[in-house]
Design a binder for this molecule. Sequence first.
Ligand code: ADP
Length: 255
Amino acid sequence: GGHRPAPIALEGVRLSFGAVRAIDGLDLTLRPGSVHGLIGPNGSGKTTTLNVISGYYRPQAGTVGLGPRPLLDAPREARAALGIARTFQTPRIVGEASVIENVMLGGGVRARATLAESLLALPRHRADERALREAARLALRAVGLDGLDDARAGRLQHSELRFLEIARALMIRPAFLLLDEPAAGLSAHEIKRLGILIRAVAGQGVGVLLVEHHADLIFDICHEVTVLNLGRVLASGTPAEIRSHKEVVSAYLGA
Ligand code: ADP
């Protein structure tokens, strides 16, 4: 140990779907301990960027690296093993399983294709199971869902599922956490709670990528903000810089 944790860097990343240039020469750096907001109009390439970092899409040009380590040839499971965790716009849960079982899946989900497969592969040794359960209990407490451990996940409210997804992502003890619209469908109070949670996670040294439409949350909690438009960086800087950026205000924030 002793060395500084490495950032994730994207350089010149390009990815087209047919004729659509979803991202078009993108440079982006995610720093450990920093909350990096990614905003922009619909279709500007935010989710595609998250999918490139987490290994769901492979770009046609450019590089993605974790410090000196190239990531592009690392499959999704390898990226999870390197500490890159993500959530989805639509929470992915096993509705029939309990809340805590869904979170426990995060500890074993790395190498497996689907949640259902992971469920079948839950540890067969009691000691492993106990450790995993304890870690899941702590993760649920961290996201404010304690007390719901044994509830059937399918019975949770939408907003609770969003926090459950974060608890599950925390199970790999991530170095980087990629959040795809975590505030969608949350109340103002829940968004506040989400913001506090994200800042606490970053406070532990985790680099957070926050793809989000909710401008207040972005400007409240981000250390850095990148604005995408048509797959390119329109602006990048501190929240204060972005708020006063002429093109951003006219093109996106609308003022
Ligand atoms: P955002 O997250 O900013 O709304 P996306 O990254 O989802 O934007 O999409 C960027 C562009 O790429 C859009 O034009 C979208 O229609 C297109 N796109 C994204 N994913 C796919 C896909 N799997 N197949 C075809 N086109 C896609």
